[in-house]
Write a protein that binds this ligand. Structure first.
Ligand SMILES: Cc1cc2nc3c(=O)[nH]c(=O)nc-3n(C[C@H](O)[C@H](O)[C@H](O)COP(=O)(O)OP(=O)(O)OC[C@H]3O[C@@H](n4cnc5c(N)ncnc54)[C@H](O)[C@@H]3O)c2cc1C
Length: 400
């Protein structure tokens, strides 16, 4: 079979790109290793994704956001960042902006489900499930993709959205910078007595961080980040003991807290590919840049990247250019890397500082928050970056 574009991976990035291509005449194949049921009815994975205004706009235009129940889209009106045991916090308020919120929390499984529902009816996109891409071979004319079924398909362009540990990226000889933080994020949902008033908290305690993110009603998404050895211990605790510890560390701000559903653990490894493209091959989503979740950029960057790639290949196509040519793909690479690299390094620096409990780092941690709070240009810049829609490349949330 011959396709214009083969997308490896039907995760959020791959499906977003497929949805964008639904507006084109390209003949598209998405190859996904998981069974169909996992795309149709994804399991709850504990992740609540903080969407930027730009992401909300892109998902709305794709007809994806309207497929998510309105009460599952929870606005973040205010954000508070706390350092160590201090009660001092950096406060960012949407009231100081033209926007109604700093960002929006949406459960990851509902985003995935809505994306699948938006892609499934497209006439020019076929989704092949329970199939793994084994190999990609490139020549001047085309890319040949070998599938686990033994079949081979050809394409003008292969787009790999096959996770931060992308096998095809390695096979294509593209190196990546990787940072294993040796830490694990334990995510869960908790109900609580008192209302959260749509305030998101990121508490950089010593030894662990705790994010409390407002969902609908008296429900919050809880992210506890600890070193991997401590994570194992915490996962062994009873639900009651876990909830009581979160409540204690959160200084009872929300009253009594109770675990709702399971706890999910994610080892934290950040990855940035050193190149995003080769002739007839482009990396997308976490396969291009897999972020530490503390700044909530991962999927936001995936959406941004697919939008950039889509625009570049449509422009090339309209001019009669080869959409798989290096010169076309390099335009995507240079635009997207200008966005991703500063965010990747900046986020890793923040993580480095706020997980460093040495005395000088503790002093610096406090100073950075006070500077951000008390120096209006810095605070205005953070607030503007959070809510902007245009010139939006760096927009993102300063917490998970
Ligand atoms: C705890 C946590 C919280 C997060 N919070 C946020 C947030 O607030 N905001 C935000 O923007 N992002 C957040 N993220 C990041 C976000 O979840 C990811 O960036 C996003 O899911 C990546 O999507 P993807 O499609 O690139 O990759 P993946 O979700 O990894 O999907 C890759 C897909 O490719 C398939 N695949 C892999 N190899 C093959 C192959 N060889 N053949 C066929 N199929 C293959 C896999 O089965 C999978 O379906 C968070 C992440 C975590 C862990």
């Amino acid at each position: 079979m011959k396709y214009d574009i083969v997308i490896i991976g039907g995760g959020p990035a791959g499906l977003s790109f497929a949805r964008s291509l639904g507006d084109s005449r390209f003949n598209v194949l998405v190859v996904e290793r998981s069974p169909l049921e996992q795309l149709q009815s994804p399991q709850i994975d504990g992740r609540d994704i903080a969407l930027t205004h730009l992401s909300k706009k892109i998902l709305t235009e794709m007809g994806v956001l309207s497929r998510i129940p309105a009460d599952e889209i929870s606005p973040i009106k205010q954000a508070k960042v706390i350092n160590g045991n201090s009660s001092y916090c950096l406060e960012i308020d949407s009231k100081k902006t033209d926007a109604d919120a700093l960002g929006y929390l949406v459960p990851n499984y509902l985003i995935r489900k809505a994306l699948y529902e938006a892609v499934e009816p497209l006439n020019n996109v076929k989704i092949l499930t329970e199939t793994t891409v084994r190999d990609v071979a490139i020549d001047q004319q085309q890319a040949t993709v070998s599938l686990s079924s033994g079949e081979q398909v050809t394409a003008t362009l292969v787009v790999a959205a096959d996770s931060r540990f992308s096998e095809s990226r390695r096979k294509m000889g593209i190196s990546a910078s990787m940072q294993d933080f040796g830490r694990v994020a334990i995510v869960s949902r908790m109900s609580h007595e008192k209302p959260h008033q749509q305030i998101a908290y990121e508490c950089f305690h010593y030894g662990r961080t705790l994010a409390v993110l407002p969902l609908s009603g008296n429900l919050s998404s809880i992210v506890v980040t600890v070193s991997a050895d401590v994570a194992q211990q915490i996962q062994g605790e009873s639900d009651e003991a876990f909830a009581a510890e979160v409540q204690r560390r959160f200084k009872n701000r929300l009253g009594k807290m109770q675990l709702v559903g399971k706890r999910h653990a994610y080892p934290l490894v950040a990855v940035h590919a050193n190149k995003f493209v080769k002739p007839r091959y482009a990396l997308l989503g976490d396969a291009s840049v897999g972020m530490h979740p503390v700044t909530a950029h991962g999927f936001n960057l995936g959406l941004r990247g697919q939008d950039t790639l889509y625009r570049e290949i449509m422009a090339a196509h309209l001019q009669g250019d080869d959409i798989g040519s290096l010169s076309v793909l390099e335009k995507y690479q240079s635009k997207h890397q200008r966005v991703t690299w500063p965010l990747y390094t900046g986020t890793n620096e923040i993580v480095g500082l706020y997980t460093n409990d040495s005395v000088p780092a503790k002093v610096l941690r406090g100073l950075v928050l006070r500077l951000s709070n008390n120096f209006p240009p810095v605070k205005q810049m953070i607030t503007r970056k959070l809510t902007e829609l245009g010139g939006h490349e760096e927009a993102g949330l300063p917490f998970l």
